[in-house]
Design a protein around this ligand. Structure first.
Ligand code: NAD
Ligand code: LMR
Length: 340
């Protein structure tokens, strides 16, 4: 009998690339802490079952002290039974030349039934993270289908974009990533996202000023931000696909670990980024799943409010929110959302 009750974590698409990079780190305690026992429930479609079963064999071979059991299934009701956390990874990844929006139709049919299965089977206080793309709209679809589960328990992954932004800044400023605070990803996990440094600091000093010093003036810093930094971060997923031949996997899994860890154990200094169901913060229409600056005290992410957005930032956020609204309307047309 455990002194600390095990947490049940359900991972969909567990036989895929991200699954393979994710399962072992959850079992090792990287997501929920070094004292927290875990049970893993791996959901796959029939074609993916052998890969997930193979991963389960390897999990056993690791003899992880925190891992209580692993169940592999293609039945969503079994997979989500008593789940405390649901990580919705399973979906169709994009290939070379596709935009994430091309996946709307392919994945809309996955997330509504999974939302319903979560509502019917998971623990009453389940928390759900959508990773599969288009992640924001997939979270919206799952939340809409999960009758009785408050929207605040759903999020979508933009932590990878956040970490990409921090890494690009750190490389340019020649500092360590931990020296940077206050970076934000606003909007959609797509090419319209707005990686924002206007409230960011490096060792407590404004990043914009540090960039101006490094790059030869305020105009050069502004040009770098608009022409290099923002497009590089927003298009990094496509760059990885181009170079690697398939979409990011280990870095995505690392971002899932960081998202869950900070949500469950609390954000330390400053804030991070996550896509949450909007309650109207920063003028984002209620109900859209939009990336914001967020903190957690260990009980769930909350939006950091009260940041000033200048006209340029506002225009970038509005453009990404318009895309989110268009995705919502498109999946409503496909019948994946209730008509309102
Ligand atoms: P993958 O193709 O390697 O694995 C996906 C797995 O999901 C496969 O094993 C497949 O059998 C399974 N699957 C498909 N439909 C399923 C269903 N209905 N139920 C359960 N499992 C199902 O893909 P991957 O590289 O692991 O990527 C997974 C998703 O994550 C993709 O949509 C990808 O675009 C997305 N992604 C998101 C981010 C992000 O930052 N939000 C980053 C990287 C990748
Ligand atoms: C990423 O950002 O790496 C993923 O969302 C994969 C993709 O399609 O870009």
């Amino acid at each position: 009998m455990d002194a600390i009750a095990p947490v049940t974590v359900t991972i969909t698409g567990a036989g895929g690339q991200i699954g393979y990079a994710l399962l072992f780190r959850i079992a090792a305690g990287d997501a929920l802490g070094p004292d927290q026992p875990v049970r893993l429930r791996l959901l796959e479609i029939p074609q993916g079952m052998r890969a997930a079963e193979g991963a389960a064999l390897e999990l056993q071979d690791c003899a992880f002290p925190l891992l209580r059991d692993v169940e592999v299934t293609d039945d969503a009701a079994v997979a989500f039974a008593d789940a405390d956390r649901a990580l919705l990874v399973g979906s169709r990844p994009r290939m070379v030349g596709m935009e994430r929006s091309d996946l709307l139709a392919a994945n809309a049919g996955i997330f509504a039934p999974q939302g319903a299965a979560i509502a019917a089977n998971a623990a009453a206080d389940v928390r759900v993270l959508a990773v599969g793309n288009p992640a924001n709209t997939n979270a919206l679809i799952a939340a809409a289908a999960a009758d009785g589960i408050p929207g605040e328990r759903f999020s979508a992954l933009t932590r990878l974009d956040h970490d990409r932004a921090v890494a690009q800044l750190a490389a340019t400023l020649e500092v360590g990533p931990a020296q940077l605070q206050g970076v934000t990803i606003w909007g959609n996990h797509s090419a319209t996202q707005f990686p924002d440094i206007d409230h960011a600091a490096v060792d407590g000093a404004p990043v914009r000023a540090a960039l101006a010093e490094k790059l030869g003036g305020a105009d050069a810093a502004a040009a770098w931000l608009d022409e290099v930094f923002i497009p590089r971060v927003a298009r990094r997923g496509a760059e990885i696909i181009e170079v690697r031949g398939s979409s990011s996997a280990a870095s995505a899994a690392n971002a899932v670990i960081a998202h869950v860890r900070d949500e469950a154990l609390g954000t330390r200094a400053g804030w991070t980024s996550a896509a949450l169901v909007s309650r109207g913060e920063y003028g984002v229409p209620e109900g859209l799943v939009c990336s914001f600056p967020v903190t957690s005290d260990g009980t769930g992410y909350r939006v950091v409010e009260g940041l000033d957005l200048d006209a340029r930032a506002r225009a970038r956020l509005d453009a990404s929110v318009a895309e989110l609204a268009a995705e919502r309307d498109a999946v409503r047309e496909l019948g994946a959302l209730p008509r309102s």
